[in-house]
Design a binder for this molecule. Sequence first.
Ligand SMILES: NC(=O)c1ccc[n+]([C@@H]2O[C@H](COP(=O)([O-])OP(=O)(O)OC[C@H]3O[C@@H](n4cnc5c(N)ncnc54)[C@H](O)[C@@H]3O)[C@@H](O)[C@H]2O)c1
Length: 403
Amino acid sequence: MSIETLQVGFVGGGSGAFFGGVHRKTTYLNREQGILPHCGVFDVDPDKSMEDAKTIGLIGYRTVEEMIAAEKNNLGFVMVATPDGTHLPIVQALLEADIPVVCEKPPEEDLPKTLAMAKVAKAMGVPLTFNWSYTGYPNMRLMAAICSAGLLGTIRRIQGTYVQDWLQLPLEKNPVGSPGQQQAVGRTDFGVSCDAADIGIIHPSSVISLCLPHVSAKRVWGRLSTMVSGRKLDDNMIVVVEIDGPGVAPGADIAFYSSQTMIGKGNHHFLSIAGEQGTVYADIENPEIVKLSLANQPDRVFQCGRGFGDDPVMRNVTDPCGDIMMSPPGHIGTFWDALTYLQRLFAKDVRDWRECGKRRIASQRSLGIREGVFGMQLLQAAVDSTQRGNVWVNCKSVDELLP
Ligand SMILES: NC(=O)c1ccc[n+]([C@@H]2O[C@H](COP(=O)([O-])OP(=O)(O)OC[C@H]3O[C@@H](n4cnc5c(N)ncnc54)[C@H](O)[C@@H]3O)[C@@H](O)[C@H]2O)c1
């Protein structure tokens, strides 16, 4: 059976940019899934966008409006990888033109803009997802499958650690065009937060949404701090979130711990979820490994892609790894596995939506605006807590916030 081709457009990702190029490469890897790179607005500068398009070998446009006018009926979906603070008008224009969108995380630079995006998404009913990379990792998906099989019991404590060192020096003050300078400016100079928005809250909270979709925040305590002198936004943070929801113990919490100035740490993202019967652990530096500790039993270590043998404990766990991994276990290419997997998942959502006559679909496989609002609610509350002298900030439920 042939699958419908989905032509993909891009916003961002021209020369000198970071993540838009990653998006483009995922479409090359997903070609056999009917996902084809097609066109783009590759830079905010219209002339450079056209130049970049020639080098990349795709159709170029000078602006998003121009691309929509010319390609409205040709595009399966568009991937947006522009700096935080620019997402809302781009996503809005695309959704209003009936074009599904993969937007980079975080949805926007603050909660009010994220809620404005939620309003547009609700009004249009067009598929929208966010590229939370680690939600595509096989070990994070296996962690979610273990949680949903109920192996951990009532949840007591979640730990989300994300540490890096690329902002240990004031990289943003280096000469324009030097390696990483553009990305450092984009993160340290704009919006309400650097570390918490870029990694500290936004990445682990997306995996928590995947593992425990019914968890909500009661109140947030934050301490966002800046280690590099003269830097505008945080590069270091500790945030505590009191949580509740079905299957959550009274007093349970999430402890987020993050820094972008911790020398020796390239990209260390570790998550553990502990319940009254067991704890599950995964980190992205060992992306094929999930460790499960159950009370009074020896620890279990699972390698993604190798199944569970005849372990009776795992009999109700649906193994997600086969759908994700493009190469056998041990042949690690997990970053690409994860990103191409998330793209294929969204392509399925888009195909369902097209098949049902572009009517709103009840639920999508990809995480969407609800999970985006959850993360941004935590981020905004952590910023407010810090600004008000590290006080507890109460939270509404995501349902109350959503339009
Ligand atoms: N999912 C992840 O793991 C991950 C990793 C890195 C970055 N990101 C996210 O990706 C986004 C981009 O980050 P980056 O590091 O690639 O930034 P970047 O500065 O390297 O690239 C941004 C690109 O967007 C273009 N651009 C800016 N405004 C535009 C507009 N209005 N129209 C068209 N093009 C425009 C710029 O010219 C540039 O090409 C951010 O939201 C960031 O948080 C996500």
